[in-house]
Design a protein around this ligand. Structure first.
Ligand code: DGJ
Length: 720
């Protein structure tokens, strides 16, 4: 049910501990006066005072008009930072001055509160629609679209949305990374000027920031006010933090448009990505809003999440029915519930030089098609999943030979190859129809329940044939359409978003997919970092986390099965190791881990994620606490050696200080191989201890070796 209500000039939205005060007075675009902690139920007069209290005085050498930092910042309103809308009509109409002509308000059945504004610039002949929503979970999100109402083409160079942040936000945190090392944090002061994270890879990018966060000095996971934005887009995009000398600061984001990419004919509209904003007291609270929001979506994937067995690092391109059936059998014995056949099954695909685009089962390796394997997998009680890379084509393929014009290119030359492949122009109707038909037929023919959707190269020189107009924007939208159409045709189909590992992790792709592959690196040491920071946006049940081989294929590091499994335990767990080569002991231990995970996943996939700020940088503590704090599971991972031995007491956060908890190591994460002398007195029988003590005093753990982790299970007990 949606209700409309009349609007006042000053609007106060409140939800889940967050307030947003919007000044929509006058005809200029609305501006956010306060976004942050809930300031309570205010009378109209008090709200007026809140707004009055924030108006800046005039200072020397500025315009006589007061600066207005609106949601779409305008140079015409004295904003000298980055403008929200940039573009021109044959060189003119470059500086819009929008006047709001209508607005309305609705409350959704899910509790979201939505404001919609329409604004015009009659001189520039542009109409703007702006949506601003406070979700039930306290996330702020906004989207805009602009229509060209004038004669001739309006070339749009960018449409950014901005959320202001207060001057107490003095530090910035953003993420970067690369293939095999996605989402590494970096921190710096929020100085005057523009700090812009731009992505021109044509996919979200392993180095994309995921979130750009401004916060009070020394903010951490559990303390310090923080404001973060996420640009929900899987193509080129821009997210920036900007502070100007008048004291105003903002976080902004939007699609990064290539030259000439969006040329609006009269009557045409461009729609921006959603910009999401989250506020929190500490990063965990900011992060929890994203998790709650994702979990509240009607399309959130079904529970319980199935344990995945993926063939990639087990067999690579070495496909053969007998070998893969044996692998499926070992996987099922280990407790795997979904078996995914990765790259290598289609025409000509014996390695990564050829075949992409030829989406027909290769009879040379699969003489009877994939049916026998798919049937065997189902016979073992598992789902059958299949790998595709729908947006790609190898020049050495029948498809490229037949349709070179379907390859994204500048028109005069081909882009450089990357992994021997090019990108298929899905904005080309012929290419789109072909890919849709191939995927849809194969999904139906083999009863595919799960698609691993890969994307293994950046979009370079990506233009539409034959003229070579920049094509990333249309390609990104075509991919969204394709996924939507496939899902519409195949009810219940789940899709994993993969792009050379974790290169496509964003809320727009997640609105139509069911899991992200966090990284091609399944080395548990690296994964501790990758999963911790990916988890800032994405809840554990959507983050693919696999147990790899004893010697990792990307780093060469040897890690114990316990450390590998304890790390995968905190994501959407799976395995990517040739279990047929594992010893009986390893197979049994793996099965034990999967079984422990299955018994815990109701909590792991629904509770609040907690990361503890540890004084010892080698001790990483993270956990999941039930919303009523009655249960929790924590992992304490030792990431390296330390000057201190044993490691000091470990504090556990996010619990109810007034409840007493029984604390026990959870087998097989109980380090049953540690020598008795290194254990602590409570190890075998557990502890009963108040939440306040766990938080303020902490508990001493055994002296753990580097690259090991203990799993602790906490259950609230009646106080004695
Ligand atoms: C990159 C992915 O991230 C891997 O997991 C695997 O699917 C390969 N591509 C297959 O080519």
């Amino acid at each position: 049910m949606t209700t409309s209500s009349p609007l006042t000039d000053l609007i106060h939205l409140r939800s889940a501990g967050v307030s947003v005060v919007i000044d929509a007075s006058g005809s200029t675009l609305p501006r956010i006066v306060h976004w942050g902690a809930d300031i309570g139920d205010l009378s109209p007069a008090t709200l007026r005072s809140v707004v009055d209290a924030t108006i800046q005085p005039e200072v020397s050498n500025t315009t006589d008009d007061l600066l207005q930092l609106s949601l779409i910042p305008e140079n015409s309103r004295s904003w000298t930072g980055t403008p929200g809308l940039s573009g021109h009509r044959d060189g003119a109409d470059f500086s819009p001055a929008f006047a709001t002509t209508s607005r309305d308000f609705a409350v959704g059945a899910d509790g979201s509160q939505t404001l919609r504004f329409t604004a015009h610039d009659a001189d520039a002949a542009l109409e703007l629609h702006l949506t601003l929503e406070l979700t039930a979970q306290g996330l702020l999100r906004s989207q805009a679209n602009v229509r060209n109402d004038g004669e001739g083409v309006y070339t749009l160079d960018g449409l950014l949305i901005a959320f202001p942040v207060p001057n107490k936000a003095t530090d910035l945190l953003d993420l970067t990374g690369r293939h095999l090392r996605e989402r590494s944090p970096q921190r710096h002061p929020f100085t005057l000027g523009t700090y812009s994270r731009e992505n021109r890879r044509g996919r979200t990018g392993a180095d994309a920031t995921l979130l750009l966060i401004a916060g009070a000095a020394n903010f951490g996971f559990r303390s310090g006010q923080v404001w973060g934005v996420h640009t929900a887009w899987s193509g080129n995009h821009r997210t920036l933090a900007e502070r100007i000398p008048l004291g105003n600061a903002m976080l902004a984001g939007g699609e990064l448009l290539l030259s000439g990419e969006v040329r609006l004919a009269q009557g045409e509209t461009y729609t921006s990505p959603w910009l999401f904003g989250s506020f929190g007291d500490g990063l965990d609270e900011l992060s929890g809003r994203f998790h709650d929001y994702l979990r509240a979506r009607p399309q959130h994937p079904v529970y319980p999440r199935r344990v995945v067995g993926n063939t990639w690092e087990a067999t690579y391109f070495d496909h053969d029915l007998e070998r893969l059936t044996a692998l499926a059998t070992a996987a099922a014995a280990g407790g795997v519930e979904r078996f995914v056949l990765d790259d290598g099954w289609f025409l000509g695909r014996r390695d990564d030089h050829a075949g992409l685009g030829d989406w027909y089962v290769d009879a040379a390796v699969w003489p009877e098609g994939l049916g026998p394997l798919a049937d065997a997998v189902r016979g073992l009680g598992m789902d059958f999943g299949l790998w595709f890379e729908p947006e790609m084509v190898n020049p050495d393929s029948d498809l490229a030979r037949a349709h070179p014009e379907w390859i994204l290119q500048t028109g005069k030359r081909m882009p450089p190859l990357s992994r021997h492949q090019q990108v298929l122009d899905l904005a080309h109707q012929g290419a789109y129809d072909y890919i849709l038909e191939r995927l849809d037929s194969l999904i139906k023919e083999y009863g595919v329940a799960y698609v691993k959707w890969d994307h293994n190269r950046d979009l370079i020189d990506a233009g539409h044939s034959p003229r070579g107009q920049a094509g990333v924007s249309k390609q990104t939208r075509a991919v969204y359409r394709l996924i939507d159409e496939l899902k519409g045709r195949n009810s219940g189909l789940e899709i994993e978003s993969c792009a050379s590992g974790g290169g496509r992790v964003d809320l727009e792709i997640l609105s139509r997919t069911d899991r992200i592959w966090a990284s091609d690196c399944v080395d548990a040491h690296e994964r501790q970092l990758i999963q911790r920071w990916t988890g800032l946006l994405v809840p554990p049940e959507l983050v693919g986390a696999h147990v790899g081989s004893p010697v990792n294929h990307s780093t060469g590091r040897s890690l114990t099965l316990d450390f590998r499994a304890a790390t995968a335990f905190f994501g959407d767990m799976g395995v990517e190791w040739n279990l047929t080569t594992a010893t009986e002991k390893e197979q049994a231990r793996f099965a034990q881990w999967v079984s422990a995970y299955k018994s815990s996943r109701d909590l792991l996939h629904s509770g609040r994620v907690v990361r503890v700020d540890s004084p010892d940088p080698t001790v990483w503590i993270n956990g999941v606490v039930a919303h009523d704090a009655s249960r929790a599971i924590f992992s304490v991972a030792i990431m390296g050696t330390s000057e201190i031995a044993p490691h000091g007491r470990v504090r556990l956060a996010g619990l109810n200080p007034d409840l007493t908890y029984s604390v026990r190591p959870l087998p097989p994460g109980d380090l049953d191989w540690l020598p008795e002398r290194t254990l602590v007195p409570w190890w075998h029988n557990g502890l009963e201890i108040p939440g306040s003590v766990l938080h303020d005093v902490g508990i001493q753990l055994p002296d753990l070796p580097p690259e090991s982790a203990v799993i602790l299970e906490l259950v609230a007990v009646p106080a004695t």
